[in-house]
Ligand binder design. Structure first.
Ligand SMILES: Nc1nc2c(ncn2[C@@H]2O[C@H](COP(=O)(O)OP(=O)(O)OP(=O)(O)O)[C@@H](O)[C@H]2O)c(=O)[nH]1
Length: 612
């Protein structure tokens, strides 16, 4: 390609994302766009191509970002190169949204015509506005009988402050408005402004490990060009590599001779060590390095911590390797080795939230074939000791004796909960129960309210959102940000099995809830720990004081005795269930403890809310 062709090409590139609240139709719209541009035929279209992780498909949510190149011949007769960069919609992953947005000039803002603007619509659109992206409002699902496009337009104008008079009315499901969207991308989203002749500068926005090709870098080229044979340098550590392949995803990998300014594609360079690359780094040319690296991404700090232990202790190194690979394209995942008396060697991992934790656990098990025991999630605490020192603790078992502790502070969040008027009472009741402190309440329009609460993060990471959803018929949407740490009356609760404290079962609880939770967790453990050859006493204790107790009776009858006369399938099912359960047993001292027992700490939270 000569210079002129490249300059002309640059003018025809459009890089954009789709931002939306979860379930407002982002993936469906992406599919329609791929179909309309013949990037993929209907026959090839597996349900929702952009969400290509199995896990995502099962859960129906977008987690990882993907970038796809497509070609669109506009009404003006010219062909444009679109790069569509997918973004996740769940609150846990807003960090990833900002990563994809950094590679774009524009964003489609998709709002469900029946649901209206929701918490993540706002959170995500603010991220896009921070990046100065051109925003095109799209009101989706206008085919629904309950669609109220005019009300939604008003909401977009009032709540976001965007002009919605020319918002596109669309139905991703029935294909309405898709062409208009494509045309507006051409006319409204600016072409990338980088300098073709400047030294290479490419932003790594994602990377994956491939056992044949090494690390595959997904990049947005900000300046210059890169081709096979070039020597590249990673600006954060000065490491140099020779480029072995470049290409784009369309949606399968398509090799190219080169990538140029404005392109979004991949680079491989036989990078074998995972630790060398990290998202947010800048790739430059080793021969003509850029003077300054791109701004990169802000550092993200995990909010929820949990211990991950292989059921088979010999798999410790496999687990480390798997975590390293996941970390490649999951900058938010943190881990460090942890030793538990009860569970042996494992890792203390930091996650963005419970969904993130769940996804990591499932990926480790499916993609890396690991059987894991995961301990209940915890937040991190700032602790002032009586000797004047301050420590941070993300593992309840490390909490010092109460006598050595002067003050414990826990993270607080400002939560914004959007609901229809009718449910405000229900929301307040839940927030209050979770030690919430009411801040304010704004009427968004005639129908909906934004309720703001300060809440301890530890209270909302578990089941707050589920509770909210179920008591508002699914209408509530939630967004939150950590605002700081506050002193709370917290104590460490130990759990003793057969008289021995099990470190992996300790938790930190508010004094006022300690009794109740102690009782609930002991009851829950009694249900989950199977009968053994001997009696197993279960106790909850604060310091030396036992606050709740129960006993798992010794094992007597065969499990099959529970079956009704000779029903073979039922019998088999029961045996299978028992076998699956066994796989995840861990011997803690002399007691066999199943995985679910370690999650009892979670259940106890919902337990104590039920009775009220
Ligand atoms: N009636 C109707 N349903 C739609 C339309 N667009 C999407 N849906 C449905 O809405 C649901 C959510 O759509 P998705 O495309 O998966 O939503 P999403 O925003 O990508 O969700 P995440 O990937 O989790 O962020 C699916 O059941 C779709 O079939 C539409 O235009 N009309």
């Amino acid at each position: 390609m000569d210079q002129e062709t490249m300059r002309d090409r640059q003018q025809h590139i459009r890089n954009f994302s789709i931002v939306a609240h979860i379930d407002h139709g982002k993936s469906t719209l992406a599919d329609r766009i791929l179909e309309m541009t013949d990037t993929i035929s209907e026959r090839e279209m597996q349900a929702q191509v952009l969400d290509d992780m199995d896990l995502e498909r099962e859960r129906g949510i977008t987690i990882k970002l993907n970038a796809v190149e497509l070609h669109y011949t506009a009404k003006n007769g010219e062909t444009y190169i679109f790069h569509l960069i997918d973004t996740p919609g769940h609150v846990d992953f807003s960090y990833e949204v900002s990563r994809s947005l950094a590679a774009c000039e524009g964003a489609l803002l998709v709002v469900d015509a029946a649901q209206g603007v929701e918490a993540q619509t706002l959170a995500n659109v603010y991220l896009a506005l921070d990046d100065d992206l051109e925003i095109i409002p799209v009101i989706n699902k206008i085919d629904l009988p309950s669609a109220q496009p005019d009300v939604v337009k008003e909401e977009i104008e009032e709540m976001i402050g965007l002009d919605a008079s020319d918002a596109i009315l669309a139905s991703a499901k029935s294909g309405i408005g898709i062409e208009e969207i494509l045309e507006r991308i051409v006319t409204d989203v600016p072409a990338p402004s980088g300098d073709l002749d400047a030294p290479l500068k490419a932003l790594i926005f994602d990377s994956v490990y491939d056992s044949y090709r090494g690390v595959v870098l997904n990049v947005r080229i900000v300046d210059g060009t890169v081709k096979v044979g070039d020597e590249i340098e990673l600006m954060s550590n000065g490491k140099k590599f020779e480029v072995t392949e470049v290409g784009v995803m369309s949606p399968k990998a398509v090799k190219r001779d080169m990538l140029m300014v404005g392109d979004v594609g991949y680079i491989t360079a036989a990078i074998k060590t995972i630790q060398d690359t990290h998202v947010g780094d800048t790739v430059t040319s080793a021969a003509h390095p850029a003077e300054e690296a791109l701004e990169g991404y802000r550092k993200i700090t995990p909010m929820v911590y949990s211990g991950l232990f292989p059921v088979d202790n010999a798999k410790f190194n496999d687990l480390r390797e798997a975590l390293e690979r996941l970390q490649l394209n999951d900058a938010a995942l943190e881990f460090e080795p942890e030793t538990s008396q009860a569970l042996g060697f494992g890792f203390r991992c930091g996650f963005l939230g419970l969904l993130h934790m769940d996804v990591v656990q499932e990926r480790l098990e499916r993609e890396f074939n690991l059987d894991l025991i995961m301990t209940a999630p915890s937040v991190d605490y700032e602790v002032d000791l009586t000797d004047g020192t301050q420590i941070t603790i993300d593992n309840p078992s490390e909490m010092p004796e109460a006598s050595a502790v002067k003050d414990i502070r826990e993270p607080f969040v400002k939560a914004s909960i959007m609901v229809p008027n009718d449910y405000v009472g229900a929301v307040m009741e839940i927030a209050q129960r979770k030690r919430g402190e009411f801040v304010t309440m704004d009427y968004l329009d005639k129908y909906r309210v934004n309720v703001i609460y300060n809440l301890p993060l530890s209270e909302i990471i578990y089941d707050f959102f589920d509770d909210l959803k179920s008591s508002t018929k699914g209408y509530a949407s939630l967004d939150y940000e950590v605002t700081g740490y506050r002193s709370s009356d917290l104590v460490k609760m130990d759990i003793l099995l057969n008289g021995d404290a099990v470190d992996a079962l300790s938790s930190i609880v508010h004094k006022d809830f300690a009794f109740e939770r102690g009782k609930a967790i002991v009851a829950r453990l009694k249900e989950t720990i199977p009968r053994q050859q001997f009696e197993v006493p279960i106790q909850a204790a604060i310091g030396n004081k036992i606050i709740a107790r129960s006993t798992v009776k010794a094992y007597r009858k065969n499990v099959l005795a529970k079956c009704y006369g000779g029903d073979v399938t039922r019998k088999r099912k029961l045996l299978e269930k028992q076998k699956a359960g066994k796989k995840r047993m861990k011997a803690v001292g002399s007691v066999e403890v199943p995985q679910e027992a370690f999650m009892s700490l979670l259940d106890m939270n919902s337990e104590d809310t039920k009775g009220k």
